[in-house]
Design a protein around this ligand. Structure first.
Ligand SMILES: [Ca+2]
Ligand SMILES: [Ca+2]
Ligand SMILES: [Ca+2]
Length: 465
């Protein structure tokens, strides 16, 4: 095989000083920009603006070995013959000669070689990653007469190799209660993550929700996933993240709840809160030694609204009602509850039944929650009887409806108590006439909770209950 350039080059190399060079053109390095670090890029060695047709060239291209790793060289689209090539890894340099096969007319512009590198480091518009350089033989371009054409080296290759990047500040998963005053769920404000490509340019991050709602809409009860997606970096890579929003199936109610009267002990107990839709919750409330307590963020069923909440210690106090309104994202009672002690039977009346319980419960070794221990000290005694005495025949308030119906009672027979399954209240029949009534209270006031040794006959002959 023979090549016009190969034949001519021998003579040109010898005659380069003797023969005046032709007016020139440009040699340009160019490459595909914006690649992913780790991928290959191919530098094109091109001629442009040549004053006369070129048929052969010999050149040296150096490269930055911290960014590029040599892979190989090939002839160009227009100089289709690779006559010679050498890779000097120590010098980080590729030397080559290419030309047009015999008979071709030559070119004034076109591609004379392709050098492939692997990009081994991130690079941001790196203009020095590959450059024309000098080497063991002169760089030259020749026409088909073997005459050199002068040229200007134009190093306009720009390597941009993009490394990995990630979203910054992806919000952590959140669990929140449902907002009060709506069944739509909860409004949750999430700060969108940010993204910078490996060259430091900001990339927009777009959210989307698994329920297809807008970010400003309430999140429904249950789990909703927010997907965050960055715009592609110049190498075409997107990054994603997600945040799960869990809206719990309850709303929050806070109430200030206090025990009325003279309280002498502290402790915790469940407070029954009955809401205006008849749902009931029983948060535990801690009371201090003066009877002050509160239920903060008690969990209540999700509802569009609550107008009223009735609170009680069901084994000690009457119920008390307050209107309820939305405060921020929670429900709040209009004012503090003051729970009146004296109702041991939980029927929302303070009456003769509670007196019966009191007599049976009388004694020491009691705790905060012991029945009939209305002042919450260590005993059930006269201090507790005073709660019954002060509140006798009072009825609690349950948002406008009685808890059990009926009315407080002034008398009850022992037989009826037993039919009601409340035989333990029969201790209240202190005078042992078969009826618990005002006469037993009078007996207690005179004798204490000590039953008569023999029954006292009713003065009226028959009870009237
Ligand atoms: Ca009662
Ligand atoms: Ca007590
Ligand atoms: Ca009696």
């Amino acid at each position: 095989m023979s090549f016009r350039f190969a034949k001519a080059s021998v003579g040109v190399l010898a005659a380069v000083l003797a023969t005046p060079a032709l007016a020139g053109g440009d040699v340009v390095l160019s490459n595909n920009t914006n690649v992913t670090t780790g991928s290959n890029i191919t530098m094109s060695v091109n001629l442009a603006n040549m004053s006369s047709s070129a048929v052969g060239a010999q050149m040296h291209v150096g490269y930055d070995a911290t960014v590029l790793e040599y892979v190989g060289i090939a002839a160009g689209d227009d100089f289709g013959t690779l006559i010679y090539s050498n890779h000097n890894s120590l010098a980080s340099k590729v030397s080559f000669a290419t030309g047009v096969a015999g008979g071709a007319p030559g070119i004034t512009a076109g591609n004379i070689a392709k050098i492939t590198f692997k990009v081994i480091a991130n690079s941001c518009a790196d203009l020095d990653a590959s450059v024309f350089t000098t080497g063991s033989f002169p760089s030259r371009i020749s026409d088909n007469n073997g005459v050199a054409i002068t040229f200007t080296q134009v190093n306009n290759s720009s390597v941009s190799a993009y490394g990995d990047y990630s979203l910054a500040g992806v919000p952590a998963d959140v669990t929140v209660p449902a907002d009060a005053g709506t069944t739509a769920g909860a409004l949750v404000s999430l700060t969108a993550p940010t993204a910078l490509d490996s060259c430091g340019a900001s990339l927009a991050v777009t959210p989307s929700r698994s329920d297809s709602a807008s970010m400003s809409d309430p999140y429904p009860v249950g789990f909703t996933t927010v997907f965050w997606t960055s715009a592609a970096d110049p190498a075409g890579r997107v990054r994603t993240g997600s945040t799960v929003v869990n809206v719990s199936n309850y709303q929050l109610l806070s109430v200030d709840v206090n025990l009325a009267g003279t309280i002498a002990g502290s402790g915790s107990t469940a407070i029954r809160i009955k809401l205006s839709d008849n749902s009931v919750v029983n948060p535990s409330v801690s009371f201090d030694a003066t009877g002050d307590g509160s239920a903060i963020d008690a969990q209540v069923p999700v509802a569009a609204s609550y107008s009223c909440a009735a609170a009680a210690d069901a084994s000690h106090t009457l119920s008390s009602s307050k209107s309820v309104s939305v405060s921020g994202t929670k429900y709040a009672a209009a004012s503090a509850y003051s729970l009146q002690g004296g109702d041991s039977t939980g029927d929302n009346f303070i009456d003769i039944l509670d007196f019966g319980a009191y007599v049976g419960d009388f004694g020491s070794g009691k705790n905060f929650d012991s029945r009939s221990n209305f002042n919450r000290d260590g005993d059930v005694n006269s201090a507790d009887f005073s709660f019954i005495s002060v509140g006798f025949l009072a009825t609690g308030d349950t948002c406008g409806s009685a808890a059990t119906g009926g009315a407080p009672r002034t008398a009850v027979s022992v037989k009826e108590l037993r039919r009601m399954g409340m035989g333990d209240l029969a201790y209240g029949d202190l005078n042992r006439d078969g009826v618990i009534n005002a006469a037993d209270i009078a007996w207690y006031m005179e004798n204490g909770p000590v039953p008569a040794k023999t029954p006292v006959q009713p003065t009226t002959g028959n009870a009237t209950y």
